[in-house]
Design a protein. Structure first.
Lengths: 293, 269, 368
């Protein structure tokens, strides 16, 4: 391919990403330093033409002060990180053995099993969350069954609490954990496991001393793929969570759509990005490492 | 490994699939429930399907979502395919790290952040250059392209990385000019990835609620937005029926896709 | 049959391919550092070198995948240095074969022909010829993933030959084959080359392979030409220790050149502390530290008087090789000397003394 073609092939997607991925974040940063107003759009311009013709730069940190002054925001951050961490861990607990079992099954069955993990991913996210609402409600299928069987006298409080949020996140994001781990295990040289057995290592020990260290990259990628979006999740806490389920994605939504405080929402976004920056960079780094030519 | 030990992960695998599929299966079963109370069985009926099909708001929203998904997927493929090429084939061009980073970010970026930041960009653009006058379909398509294009790039890159880099050189060596190489070697080999990338983008776009909610304007209500506003108020038998129809449509598409892929064996090497 | 053969008279036969002072670096690291070569028409020429010697880069320069930093390449009188690969009268058989996975054997062979303005009938006929040439007629419809390693190799060869290039480049053509198949395929390559008369340039790292097929060999080291010549010239009269060692096992005796006398060098061997005369036609100017190279199979066991370089040592190892024994003795100075004894000859036991020498003309004086 000639130099001109190459440049074009890179320039078009590059320009798009700069314009619609990077530039928006810069604008969020800018608006987070504006004052909230009642106008449309509801924020004050950051630069203002002075009477003398000069441009006045008027940054305001009031939005950030608001975040700091109200404990709600801090609690929402903590809540998000906690929910994301617990859900990621549970995903890992379920996903690792699943990926292992798929990787060890016969090659003909493997493709089908991988398909079955991916299939829910192709169906609507919203519908999958909705399916759990029908199961978990006080008058839902699960409670109806439990009451009918006489296991419980009264419906269990399964929905509108943190339990339901964790469950929903684990359910929705499990494929993102299984697939990268499976991809790592699939590439693995299984004679290593045989070698370990030959050297007197028991299967369970082999799993922890040989298999896991060799697929840690898959585990790390899967964990990041679950943790980061889970921390910013809005739909699941909104539909399955209770009124006291504080997660930052939900607070941001409220701030923006209900309170119409754009600078506060922007500041919240910036704060969220800063908190998630480390995991996001880690993920990017892994991607860049993996695709080194 | 003994049979008993091999059985342990297998049992877990079974439980895992049960966990993944049981809620969906129940959703489908109860879509044929006569009762208005979604979770209490009141006999078999297909009346809710009739109601969904007769509901014009659902039809409008579905059509809008399908159009947006088709357009986004097409643009995402047009931009993402060269991006995948750049990552897989161009070696270390300057700015590669930034490029790869920009492409990796949307894969994990929380949707609320993407949605809010794009909306603020559109508002800012309207303020300064007068475009976009109105938010709606166009802004949703732009937003969807931005977060689906990286998926296309990754799928295409992975496909290309799996192939012998010498193939294109061999074609050049045999007298094919660069454009002929692209047409007769590179594109046929990449085609499955491009198709997969398109389907993936289509699905992601069709499924998106959060980003579309931010960047939409008055009058443009996508299907997920409609479902969400209904689901927020509680369960609805119509939603069960609609969900089942969507599941069947997606499954059919996947079966057809898998079938065509398996018929062209050498391509799935 | 071949177009190349019809044009024989056009250019000077000795410099059908002329490479002049060609150099190529990758991000500052020189891969080829000033190589000049002339290859006559119809030769089966080998570029031999260890990995990193620049042989593959030189091949890619010839194919047109790399542009040289300096120097020129001309083929059959035409300067091709700036010519893109798809216009060069050169085809390459890739080490990986690079068979198009979405095309059948036929489709692969026809690919190059389809790029020219040939009629369908012409293409079909040429494909048929090529299939016959490499004995792949019954596999014409198969896809590459349905072929064995040897069949893939033959398909790749047919594809590269289909356009009857003026020069066929072969990158490690035998490397992916198992040992037995390698022998057969080597013979097949040589016979096809002889039949078509196309100039072959083969890149390989395997000295035995190169000597077994090439009419001439260029040995590359560190991006430069170490020596060029027929296999026998390189094997028997290497000009450096590197070349001597690269082509097979060799004994290198360190020595000091004391002077010259009618075509021979007068030397003192360091390990034996004796003076001797060794034929040396490479100029009398050389003095000082040098080495005498003697192949193990030229060493002979002696009984009684020996003409040159008699040495006594203890037998340390003997390996039976079928037609011969490979033996190693240790001199009193500690130096090991290899020699090959015919299987029919009884060899001493390990630890017993052995006396060795070499006949006049078997030793070569090397100064580098």
């Amino acid at each position: 391919m000639s130099g001109r073609h190459r440049t074009l092939a890179i320039a078009a997607p590059f320009a798009w990403m700069l314009a619609f991925s990077l530039a928006p974040l810069a604008i969020v940063l800018k608006i987070s330093f504006s004052e909230a107003t009642a106008e449309r759009p509801p924020y004050a311009p950051l630069f203002e033409m002075g009477a003398d013709g000069g441009i006045a730069f008027q940054p305001s940190i009031s939005a950030y002060l608001l975040l700091l002054s109200d404990g709600l925001y801090f609690d929402a951050f903590l809540g998000s990180l906690r929910v994301a961490a617990v859900s990621t861990f549970v995903c890992l607990l379920i996903g690792l053995p699943m990926a292992y079992a798929i990787a060890r099954s016969s090659p003909q069955r493997r493709n089908l099993l991988v398909m079955l993990v991916m299939l829910p991913f192709w169906t609507s996210f919203l519908i999958r969350v909705y399916a759990w609402m029908a199961l978990l409600k006080p008058t839902g299928i699960l409670n109806n069954a439990l009451v009918w069987l006489g296991i419980v006298d009264e419906p269990l409080p399964l929905m509108n609490n943190d339990f339901a949020v964790h469950l929903g996140i684990v359910y929705s994001y499990l494929p993102f954990m299984v697939l990268p781990i499976y991809a790592a295990l699939e590439k693995m040289d299984w004679t290593l496991v045989e070698a370990a057995a030959d050297l007197g290592c028991r299967p369970s020990r082999t799993f922890f001393t040989v298999t896991m260290p060799l697929c840690w990259q898959g585990m790390a990628a899967g964990s990041l793929l679950v943790f980061i979006p889970a921390a910013g999740e809005f739909v699941i806490p909104d539909l399955l969570g209770g009124p006291d389920t504080l997660m930052v994605g939900r607070v941001l939504w409220t701030e923006f759509f209900i309170n119409r405080d754009w600078p506060a929402a922007a500041a919240l976004t910036i704060a969220m990005l800063s908190v998630l920056l480390l995991p996001i960079l880690a993920f990017q780094h892994m991607g860049v490492e993996a695709d080194r030519p | 490994m003994t049979a008993a030990r091999a059985g342990f992960p297998r049992i877990l695998l079974g439980l895992g699939y049960a966990f993944l599929y049981a809620p969906i299966a129940l959703l489908v079963i109860y879509s044929f429930n006569e009762s208005r109370l979604v979770t209490v069985w009141g006999g078999f009926s297909t009346r809710w399907y009739g109601e969904v099909l007769a509901n014009e708001r659902i039809a409008d929203a579905a059509w809008l979502s399908l159009s947006i998904a088709a357009m986004s997927a097409t643009v995402a493929v047009l931009l993402g395919t060269p991006a995948g090429f750049a990552l897989a084939r161009f070696g270390r061009f300057s700015g590669r790290a930034v490029f790869a980073g920009l492409l990796a970010a949307p894969l994990v970026m929380p949707e609320v952040i993407t949605g809010l930041s794009l909306l603020l960009l559109f508002v800012g653009l309207e303020e300064s250059i007068g475009w976009p006058r109105e938010r709606g379909m166009a802004t949703i398509v732009i937003a969807h392209v931005s977060f689906t294009m990286p998926y296309v790039a990754i799928v295409v890159q992975a496909r290309l990385a799996g192939f012998d880099r010498n193939l294109e050189e061999a074609a050049l060596d045999l007298g094919a000019r660069p454009l002929a190489v692209l047409r007769s070697i590179t594109l046929p080999l990449t085609a499955p990835a491009i198709v997969a990338g398109w389907l993936l983008s289509f699905t992601l776009s069709f499924d998106d609620l959060v980003i579309a909610s931010f960047v939409t304007g008055p009058g443009a209500t996508t299907l997920p937005m409609l479902i969400f506003s209904s689901v927020r108020l509680g369960l609805s038998p119509q939603i069960n029926a609609l969900a089942t129809m969507m599941l069947v449509a997606v499954s059919l598409c996947l079966v057809v896709a898998a079938w065509t892929m398996s018929r062209r064996k050498p391509l799935s090497l | 049959m071949s177009r190349a053969a019809a044009e024989t008279a056009v250019s000077d036969a000795r410099s059908f391919i002329r490479i002049e002072d060609i150099a190529k670096s990758f991000s500052g690291v020189p891969a080829v550092a000033g190589v000049s070569l002339e290859i006559p028409r119809g030769e089966l020429f080998c570029l031999l070198g260890a990995s990193g010697s620049g042989k593959t880069t030189l091949l890619r320069l010839l194919a047109g995948f790399e542009r040289p930093d300096r120097g020129t390449i001309s083929i059959d009188g035409a300067d091709v240095t700036a010519m893109p690969p798809y216009l060069r009268p050169v085809n390459l058989m890739f080490q990986s074969y690079a068979l198009f996975p979405h095309l059948s054997v036929e489709g692969n062979i026809a690919f190059g022909l389809r790029q020219e303005k040939l009629t369908r009938a012409d293409i079909a006929r040429r494909v048929e010829e090529m299939l016959t040439l490499v004995q792949m007629t019954s596999f014409a419809r198969r896809r590459p993933h349905e072929l064995s390693g040897g069949q893939r190799q033959r398909t790749a060869l047919a594809r590269a030959l289909a356009k009857l290039p003026k020069v066929l480049l072969l990158d490690e053509p035998l490397a992916a084959l198992d040992r037995k198949l390698r022998e057969e395929t080597r013979e097949e390559l040589v016979s096809i080359q002889a039949r078509l008369g196309i100039t072959f340039i083969v890149v390989t790292h395997d000295a035995e392979e190169a000597m077994g097929m090439a009419s001439r060999i260029a040995i590359l080291k560190g991006g430069k030409l170490a020596q060029i010549g027929t296999p026998a010239e390189l094997y028997d009269r290497p000009r450096s220790r590197y070349v001597a060692d690269f082509l097979g096992p060799v004994n290198l005796f360190e020595c000091e050149i004391l002077g010259h006398d009618s075509g021979s060098a007068v030397l003192r061997l360091v390990d034996l502390d004796t003076e001797l005369r060794v034929r040396d036609d490479l100029g009398t100017a050389r003095t000082g530290r040098a080495w005498v190279a003697v192949r193990p199979e030229r060493m002979t066991q002696t009984i009684g008087a020996a003409p040159v370089g008699r040495m006594r040592g203890i037998l340390r190892a003997a390996v039976f090789r079928g037609e011969s024994h490979s033996c190693r003795i240790e001199l009193p100075s500690g130096k090991s000397v290899l020699f090959t004894a015919p299987a029919a000859v009884a060899i001493p036991r390990q630890g017993e003394p052995v006396e060795l020498t070499w006949p006049p003309g078997a030793g070569v004086v090397l100064t580098e």
